[in-house]
Design a protein around this ligand. Structure first.
Ligand code: SDX
Length: 429
């Protein structure tokens, strides 16, 4: 905190209002506007463009510099040297684990990878062609029915086991939502496999053959999970915090986060990027789509481009682009047409004044779909993959809030409706 202050002079008021200013470790100072209520005023910031909703120590983003730090460690270093479960430990506990701590953490995750057998029948309530994100919203929320009574969110141990259950069960439920859609039997987790190997085993394995997961694909899958792990107070994380602020069950809070992530402006963009690249179909049509993206009368946007915070390259997109080249090369895919279209689209967009002026760069979703498609993940599962990776971020923020002092989130509004008026009886309308 600091002893700096902002002084607000308000037309028609003699007294200026002094508001405290706080400084963080990195990033902009914040003005504490809590005192405005006693002045009979609110702040007004639709979309929370200039609003810090909380204090946090988990992730820092510098949108101008294209910097992303998880507990101080740059994302590109974690992507190169770490793995998903180690990054989960870092996000949850604030430090990289020792070898013994990592072994214990991974071992505990393995103890929670199965879901209650009753959940299997829950899937039968869905149509086979249900979108996997619709299924995930339902089945993750349903987990609260299995743990509601045994979960005291004020108890640190209860919060910790909820974190393990969610991190461990999300891949199992995600794979089940895929298997259900293709009418294949659910695969049980194999705890001899790594987190990403286990997910691919449950996705593409079958009970008639031994599991055979490519280490190349498993490494690519693990890096995808890692790159999606957390991203400060984005829409879905803010949703989880708001839901959690009422004291709701953490499984219900994560289900709320999944619902928020589904939107095409957020996590749903990775699915929309693939659909867009497939609709473009050939590099010769790129100019047509770039023109549409610039046309204010056309609702079309270049999916995978732009970001509320990054006004420079999204560092995850850079890692993802390199990974796309690596994975395709390792798989012997030398001329993936969609990757060619994506790279050409990026070149054209980044040299176009409209995108330069509005600082629209590729974001995390622009290249991820290329890798997911190469791994064999169907497009409809792309946002589910995002949700699996982001679960640890949602839980880390939920736990940071619940373990500290917090109040129920309750924003106010600028009311522009009718002033009070009397009821009009039906016969007089
Ligand atoms: C994620 O917040 C996070 O951290 C999210 C995320 C995470 O890890 O949690 O990073 C994950 O959600 C990434 C974003 C994925 N979404 C997309 O790729 C969808 C396409 N992008 C956009 O819809 C948009 O860029 C947003 C939603 C990402 C950001 O929206 P903002 O911050 O509200 O910006 P805006 O809509 O006000 O756009 C500013 C201007 C507008 O033009 P003007 O009204 O000023 O003339 O830029 C234009 C927009 O029309 N614009 C685009 C564009 N994105 C913004 N024009 C064409 N194509 C685009 N993609």
């Amino acid at each position: 905190m600091s002893d700096k202050k902002a002084t607000l002079t308000i037309d028609g008021r003699e007294e200026a209002v002094e508001l405290p200013i706080y400084s963080g470790t990195l990033g902009p100072d914040v003005v504490d506007v809590g005192g405005l209520t006693s002045q009979g005023m609110f702040t007004y910031d639709p979309g929370f463009v200039s609003t810090a909703s909380c204090e946090s120590q988990i992730t820092y983003i510098d949108g101008g510099q294209g910097i992303l730090l998880h507990r101080g460690y740059p994302i590109d270093q974690l992507a190169e040297h770490s793995d998903y479960l180690e990054t989960c430990y870092l996000l949850l506990y604030g430090e990289l684990p020792t070898a013994a701590e990592k072994e214990a953490f991974v071992g505990t995750v393995h103890l929670h990878t199965m879901v209650h057998e009753q959940i299997r029948t829950f899937f039968n309530g869905f149509r086979r062609d249900a979108h996997p994100m619709a299924i995930m919203c339902g089945v993750v929320g349903a987990l609260s029915a299995f743990y509601h009574d045994s979960l005291d969110i004020s108890d640190e141990k209860h919060r910790q086991i909820a974190a393990f259950r969610l991190i461990a069960k999300m891949p199992t439920l995600a794979a089940m939502s895929y298997k259900f859609s293709v009418g294949q039997p659910f695969m049980y987790p194999d705890n001899d496999l790594s987190y990403a190997e286990n997910f691919l085993h449950m996705m593409f394995g079958n009970p008639c053959e031994p599991s055979n997961v490519s280490p190349v694909l498993a490494r690519a899958m693990d890096r995808i999970f890692l790159l999606h792990a957390d991203h400060e107070q984005n829409a879905s994380t803010s949703t989880v915090r708001l839901a959690g602020s009422s004291g709701a069950n953490p499984f219900a809070c994560i289900a709320a986060g999944i619902a928020a992530l589904w939107g095409p402006s957020h996590g749903g963009a990775n699915e929309a990027v693939l659909e867009m690249l497939e609709e473009i179909g050939d590099v010769s049509r790129i100019d047509e789509f770039v023109a549409r993206a610039k046309d204010k009368d056309d609702p079309f946007r270049l999916m995978g481009f732009g970001h509320r915070v990054y006004k420079n390259f999204d560092p995850r997109a850079k890692v993802m682009k390199e990974a796309a080249d690596d994975v395709l090369a390792e798989l012997g895919i030398t001329d993936d047409p969609l990757l060619e279209i994506a790279k050409r689209l990026e070149e054209i967009a980044l040299s176009d004044d409209y995108f330069i002026e509005k600082k629209l760069y590729p974001n995390v979703d622009f290249y991820s779909g290329i890798i997911l498609k190469a791994i064999g993940i169907p497009t409809s599962m792309f946002t589910v993959i995002f949700a699996v990776g982001r679960t640890v971020g949602w839980i880390a923020h939920w736990n940071e809030m619940i373990s500290g002092s917090y109040r129920i989130g309750r924003p106010r509004q600028l009311y522009t409706g009718y002033a009070q008026r009397d009821f009009v009886p039906l016969e007089k309308r």
